[in-house]
Design a binder for this molecule. Structure first.
Ligand code: SF4
Length: 237
């Protein structure tokens, strides 16, 4: 089954203070920087739209999609996570073309600071949309009693953690996110730029756990998986 969702600002509005703390790495936040980010958030809200498309899929069908162009790492987290999943769905979400395009316009107009702040805010809002889509999918599966009360849903995307970005092609063919205005270039770049896509995996918290000791982990700068694995131990919000 395929669902198109629209989201309110409240479901994916970045916390400016959290973003600022990340920017300054624990140092005091200069007033000028706080003002820049607050302005960027207001600008973002004046431009953003928020939509996602979610299409349920079977494990067998997903394995074919995941295989993609055959360029994935020989071993990757989804190899162990998918067999443990209770329900799967393909998804794509976007904050829309106006907010995405405005970043380039600001840089082009010689306003790099404003462009940078808008870029950070739009990226965070896009990631939050993936989480919002995951929560809708979880609630739907719980209402159907297809997953347990303790189930958690996490999004996984091509281009990360061993899933080659070329996997976008088979993902887009199966999902058809053009329905919410997302297209894919020959180089696997999504338009609008501030879009996210991948698979939503529903399962009990241990289903999402793995050891991040793959070859590609040596080049990882974020180690985001640690926070994601910790998040499944908390109640979903
Ligand atoms: S360490 Fe980095 S590359 Fe490895 S699984 Fe975690 S997030 Fe992915």
């Amino acid at each position: 089954m395929r669902h198109v969702y629209e989201f309110t600002a409240g479901e994916s509005t970045p916390d400016v203070e959290k973003l600022l703390a990340r920017e300054v790495g624990g140092a005091p936040v200069p007033d000028r920087l706080r003002h820049l980010f607050q302005q960027a958030l207001a600008h973002f809200e004046s431009l953003a739209t928020r939509a996602a498309i979610v299409a349920e899929t079977s494990a067998d069908a997903f394995v074919q999609i995941y295989r993609g162009e055959g360029l994935n790492a020989p071993s990757a987290p989804l190899d162990v996570i998918i067999p443990r999943a209770q329900r799967l769905a393909l998804f794509a979400a976007t904050v829309g073309d106006a907010a995405s395009a405005e970043i380039g316009i600001l840089f082009g107009r010689g306003e790099p600071a404003a462009g940078y702040a808008l870029d950070i805010i739009a990226s965070e809002a896009t990631n939050m949309l993936a989480d919002a889509a995951a929560l809708r999918f979880l609630r739907l599966q719980q209402a159907r009693r297809a997953v347990g009360e303790d189930a958690r849903v996490l999004p996984y995307s091509p281009g990360y953690c061993g899933w080659h970005v070329s996997g976008q092609r088979s993902l887009f063919e199966a999902l058809q996110p053009g329905a919410i205005g997302i297209t894919l270039s020959h180089s696997f770049l999504m338009r609008p730029l501030k879009s996210v896509s991948g698979v939503l995996v529903a399962g009990p918290p241990p289903a999402h756990r793995f050891k991040p000791t793959y070859d590609f982990c040596e080049d990882c700068t974020t180690h985001e998986c640690r926070g994601r694995m910790a998040s499944v131990l908390r109640a979903p919000r």
